[in-house]
Design a binder for this molecule. Structure first.
Ligand SMILES: Nc1ncnc2c1ncn2[C@@H]1O[C@H](COP(=O)(O)OP(=O)(O)O)[C@@H](O)[C@H]1O
Ligand SMILES: [Mg+2]
Length: 251
C-alpha cells in the first residue's frame, strides 16, 4: 500500500489504464486549491472507489476528470489521449460517462424518455437497440418504461440514472455517490447493478460514502483526505487496514 509520501509515478501506471489522472491541482476560486496534486488510475474491467471524509475533494476530483472543472495543473489521460480541460460533452463522445450525485434524471419525463435523452447523439435505430439491451439487463426499466422518473423509488431512480449514462456505450463510467440516500436494500441493488456493468466491460470510477460496501466490490480504492492522496490499495487491503478502518470506515 502506498502512502502520501509515495505518490503514484507515471512510470508505475499500467499500460491498460483507461483513465489516468495525474497530480491534479485546482479548485473553484482563483488562488484557492481544493485539489493538491491528486492522482488515480482505472484499468479496463476495474471498479475503483474513492473514499474519504466530507469535504476531502472527492467530488471536485471527479469534476476535474469529467470536464466540469478545469484543473489548474495536472494531466487527465483517457483512452490514451490527453483530455485535460476538455468539455463534458466532448468526453462523453470519447466514451466517458458521468452520473452526478443529484439531478441525474429528468423527473417529469418517463423512464423511456430519460433513456432516449441518454442516447440523444445516437442514430435512432441504435437508441432502440440500446434501450432493448439495457431493458434485458435491468428488467425494471421495461416494467416501468411509461412511468415518470420522479415517481420511481430512490433505488429505481438511481438505476435509471446508471442506465441513462450507459446508453451511448461508454468505456468508463464516473459515478458520484451512487448509493447516497438509498435504503439498505436499494444500496445492495445499486452495487449489484454496478458489478453487472463491470461485467459488461465498462470500467467504473466512483466516489462513495458507503465506503465498506463500496470497497467490498472494488478492485482498488483510493482514500482522499484534505485534497491529497492519503492511501491506496486493493479493496480488500483498504478494508483490512486498521488505520484506514479507524479513520475512514467508521471504526
Ligand atoms: N461549487 C463550489 N464552489 C466553491 N467551493 C466548493 C464548491 N464545491 C465544493 N466546494 C468546496 O470544495 C471542498 C471539497 O468539496 P467536495 O469536492 O464536494 O468534497 P467531497 O465530495 O469529498 O465531500 C469543500 O471545502 C467544499 O466546500
Ligand atoms: Mg462529494
Amino acid at each position: 500500500m502506498r502512502t502520501e509520501a509515495d505518490p503514484p509515478e507515471v512510470s508505475d501506471l499500467p499500460s491498460d489504464a483507461v483513465l489516468v489522472a495525474e497530480e491534479l491541482y485546482g479548485g473553484y476560486v482563483k488562488g484557492v486549491d481544493i485539489l493538491h496534486g491528486v492522482s488515480a488510475y482505472v484499468r479496463d474491467g476495474e471498479i475503483v472507489t474513492i473514499i474519504g471524509p466530507n469535504g476531502a475533494g472527492k467530488s471536485t476530483f471527479l469534476k476535474a476528470i469529467v470536464g466540469l472543472l478545469k484543473p489548474r495543473a495536472g494531466v487527465v489521460r483517457f483512452a490514451g489521449n490527453d483530455v485535460t480541460g476538455r468539455r463534458p460533452h466532448e468526453l462523453a463522445q470519447e466514451g466517458m460517462g458521468f452520473v452526478p450525485q443529484t439531478d441525474n434524471v429528468f423527473p417529469s419525463l418517463t423512464v423511456r424518455e430519460n433513456l432516449e435523452m441518454g442516447g440523444f447523439q445516437l442514430p435512432k435505430h441504435r437508441v432502440e437497440e440500446r434501450i432493448g439491451e439495457l431493458s434485458d439487463r435491468f428488467p425494471i426499466l421495461a416494467e416501468r418504461r411509461g412511468q415518470r422518473a420522479g415517481t420511481l423509488s430512490g433505488g429505481q431512480r438511481q438505476l435509471l440514472a446508471l442506465a441513462r449514462a450507459m446508453m451511448p456505450s461508454p468505456t468508463l463510467l464516473c459515478l458520484d455517490e451512487p448509493s447516497a440516500g438509498l435504503a439498505p436494500m436499494a444500496v445492495v441493488e445499486i452495487f449489484e447493478a454496478i458489478e453487472a456493468i463491470r461485467e459488461i466491460g465498462v470500467a467504473i470510477l466512483m466516489v462513495e460514502q458507503n465506503a465498506s460496501v463500496a470497497l467490498g466490490i472494488s478492485n482498488r480504492g483510493y482514500v482522499l483526505d484534505m485534497g491529497r492522496n492519503a492511501h491506496t490499495g486493493t479493496g480488500a487491503e483498504l478494508l483490512n487496514d486498521p488505520k484506514v478502518a479507524e479513520l475512514y470506515l467508521g471504526g
